[in-house]
Design a protein around this ligand. Structure first.
Ligand SMILES: [Zn+2]
Length: 151
């Protein structure tokens, strides 16, 4: 399962009652993207929740793909967001706090930790492969990215 399948909407029950409709807890489920982050849903939310939902829509759902919001851009952008927070020196618990403050989302810090570990292993694999192929530029990029993630 991708990390984006393990990102959840905070205050889920309260938000569902504001929207007067049920939706999945998972933030990136198609139905959640439809119900919570687009047009009509937004207008039913209280202002604090709406601000967070709007920020999420602006930061992650703003692409022009025809299949928006199902094109995968939101998931890719969110993964970059997590990696950037890590590169700024935040640990899993702090990352969970920040996504709560900024977008009213939560995740289990253990899941974030596994995701970060997995990312480092992926970069190691990229580095090794680039070394084998003599692609120094790619190897150096992977090394630098890995340094950012491991601090
Ligand atoms: Zn897109």
């Amino acid at each position: 399962m991708a990390i984006t399948d393990k990102i959840y909407v905070k205050n889920h029950r309260q938000i569902a009652s504001q929207l007067e409709t049920g939706f999945p807890k998972s933030a990136f489920a198609g139905a959640t993207l439809d119900v919570l982050f687009t047009g009509e849903g937004l207008s039913k939310l209280d202002s604090a929740t709406r601000d967070r939902a709007l920020d999420f829509a602006e930061d992650f759902l703003d692409c022009d793909c025809q299949s928006n919001p199902y094109c995968g851009c939101a998931e890719r952008k969110f993964i970059s967001y997590l990696l950037e927070l890590r590169a700024q020196g935040l640990g899993p618990d702090a990352i969970v706090d920040v996504m709560g403050d900024e977008y009213m989302l939560y995740a289990y810090s253990g899941d974030i930790l596994s995701f970060l570990d997995q990312s480092v292993r992926t970069l190691e694999a990229v580095e090794t492969l680039a070394d084998v192929e003599g692609d120094r530029k790619m190897s150096e990029r992977a090394r630098r990215a890995k340094r950012e993630l491991t601090g």
